[in-house]
Design a protein around this ligand. Structure first.
Ligand SMILES: Nc1ncnc2c1ncn2[C@@H]1O[C@H](COP(=O)(O)OP(=O)(O)O)[C@@H](O)[C@H]1O
Ligand SMILES: [Mg+2]
Length: 536
């Protein structure tokens, strides 16, 4: 082949075609896992939509087995959210990288605009069937069948029915092959159980292929407070981000006002500081005309200035009280410690927060759970790809023996870690693992240490109490012998001596027991270096 001939092979393809060939990148690999990922995409969308609309989520999931041999299933997911208007229904469910979320700095579950369309794709690829959407939005009901035109990454929609309605919400019904329903650690059932754990305000009903009905009622009757949207922080963005923002900016004619409009913590004073650092860039120019070199210089300039850290009150954790209620409902453990920590910042500009809950003994042991790690990001359970995830890797580095947990893998201990952020640094489009950012791992470690100290207090207290009880038992064994001997030596009554000795021993060990109890009740002091360089 002559050199120039190879360019006859030069072609373009769309993001939909790319993911058609690489569906494993979206998490679709393995039958059980694929079904869980599909349910996960729908559940996260429903929860995001309900919370954004201020509706207490009520979610319904049904898995029906249509043909056992062909592993052919029908999945129905129904929510009571705001629904999707007819104008956007096709794009929402049939176009990749489209949605209402990926461009916003807001704590939410979806952040790419891929999930729903990926499910439509998977259904179509494995069964040739369209996905049926029933959307009730602002009094209008639309029933439509949706597929994807892969070449163009565009939805193809056929509307079946339109009518008025008093209902709310989205129902999606789709068929799948190449999937499998199983009540395993990676299955839909476990996924929903963990979703309930991190979202106690949500009520979930699951109907399994066997027709068994699993109802998980809400334990909190209020939505969590709404996280609010923030502007990106100058330290969290790169050259290309800046160029994109500049290109899409419509409001500002000058770089100086564009910077203040677009980013957080950018005052007129900061513009002047930046001007002094990058004198060769004209900050009066139109952002539309910003060049790569100029953007690069500006971003470098950002890193040389001192910034107030981004606002971190935009984040909403599950909360100590709610984690405690959820844990108590699911495990009823003997010991339960939940951290309450302040938000931090990674890459200098992206706020995040870590919550850790550790449950030990009691129901954890009864459920046969040992060294169980439950990972979450923005309240979404992460069931897969634990190897390489910042949470699992940090847990591995913990010296559990220091906390009286002799063998983490073998003890009745369950650890919950929830990472919250306006942008969770996932390792891939499947969003199942968190990348090992140093700031993030440090904070996970500190949170784990804090919770572990609480557990240790309890465990060492328990061990000491056990030791005291043992000593008391051993010493008490000598009372009879000793009182007999003393009585014959002194002539005192044996019963009196026995009584006096018992009293001495009772008092001594009661004192020691109180000391142990008091030590266990006092709060552990937690001190660690600050991360994230907050200046406020
Ligand atoms: N259950 C739902 N209720 C309302 N809107 C939804 C629902 N599911 C999806 N959407 C809309 O469809 C868009 C695309 O969803 P998705 O492909 O999962 O991407 P993402 O969740 O990352 O934004 C969402 O941004 C949202 O606007
Ligand atoms: Mg989504």
């Amino acid at each position: 082949m002559a050199d120039d001939d190879i360019f006859k092979q030069f072609k373009e393809h769309s993001v939909a075609e790319f993911f058609k060939k690489n569906r494993q990148m979206l998490g679709f690999s393995g039958k059980v896992r694929s079904l869980t990922i599909i349910v996960h995409e729908f559940m996260t969308n429903s929860l995001d939509a309900c919370e954004e609309a201020g509706i207490l989520p009520e979610l319904f999931v049904q898995v029906e087995e249509l043909d056992k041999e062909k592993e052919h299933y029908r999945l129905t997911v129904k929510d009571n959210g705001p629904g999707i208007p007819k104008t956007h229904l096709g794009k929402a469910l049939g176009q990749m990288l489209a949605g209402t979320k990926f461009h916003r700095y807001l704590q939410q579950r979806g952040q790419q605009g891929i999930g729903a369309a990926a499910c439509t794709m998977f259904s179509y690829l494995t069964t040739g069937q369209p996905t049926r959407a029933i959307s009730c939005h602002k009094g209008k009901k639309v029933v439509a069948d949706i597929t994807i035109d892969f070449k163009a990454n565009k939805p193809s929609v056929s509307v079946i029915e339109e009518s008025d309605t008093v209902d709310n919400g989205l129902t999606v019904i789709s068929e799948f092959k190449d999937v499998k329903y199983e009540r395993s650690n990676h299955g839909v059932y476990e996924y929903l159980r963990r979703t309930a754990l991190a979202n106690p305000h949500c009520s979930i009903t699951l109907i399994e292929p066997t027709n068994e009905r699993v109802a998980i009622p809400r334990s909190v009757i209020e939505n969590p407070p709404r996280p609010f949207e923030i502007k990106p922080h100058p330290l969290g963005i790169g050259t290309h981000d800046l160029l994109e923002f500049a290109k899409h900016n419509k409001e500002s004619r000058r770089m100086s006002s564009f910077l203040q409009e677009t980013f957080s913590r950018f005052s007129a004073g900061k513009v002047e500081e930046l001007r002094a650092i990058v004198p060769s860039v004209d900050l009066n120019k139109n952002p539309q005309n910003l060049s790569w070199d100029e953007a690069e210089m500006i971003v470098k300039g950002f890193s040389q200035l001192r910034w107030i850290a981004p606002a971190t009150d935009s984040l909403v954790p599950i909360g100590k009280g709610h984690v405690e209620v959820s844990f108590a409902n699911i495990f009823n453990p003997e010991v339960l410690v939940v951290t309450e920590r302040s938000p931090k910042v990674y890459r200098g500009g992206i706020p995040f927060m870590v919550e850790v809950g550790i449950a030990y003994g009691g129901g954890v042991a009864a459920a046969g759970k040992k060294g169980e790690v439950m990972r979450f990001a923005n309240r979404v359970p992460l069931l897969f790809d634990s190897g390489g995830c910042a949470i699992s890797e940090t847990i591995k580095t913990m010296d559990w023996k220091r906390y009286d947990v002799k063998d983490f893998e073998e003890e009745p201990i369950a650890v919950l870690v929830n990472l919250i952020s306006v942008h969770v640094p996932y390792t891939g489009a499947g969003k199942q693992a968190i990348s090992q950012e140093e700031d993030v791992m440090d904070e996970i470690k500190f949170a784990l240490m804090e919770a572990s100290r609480g557990v240790q207090k309890y465990l060492s207290g328990k061990r000491k109490a056990h030791e005291i009880a043992n000593k008391k038992k051993v010493v008490s064994r000598y009372i009879q012998q000793l009182s007999g001997d003393l009585s014959s030596l002194s002539g005192e009554k044996r019963a009196d001596i026995e009584k006096a000795l018992t009293k001495i021993i009772e008092e001594k060990y009661a004192r020691e027991e109180t000391e142990v109890e008091e030590a266990a009740e006092s709060e552990p002091a937690v001190k660690e270096p600050e991360t994230g360089g907050e200046e406020e």
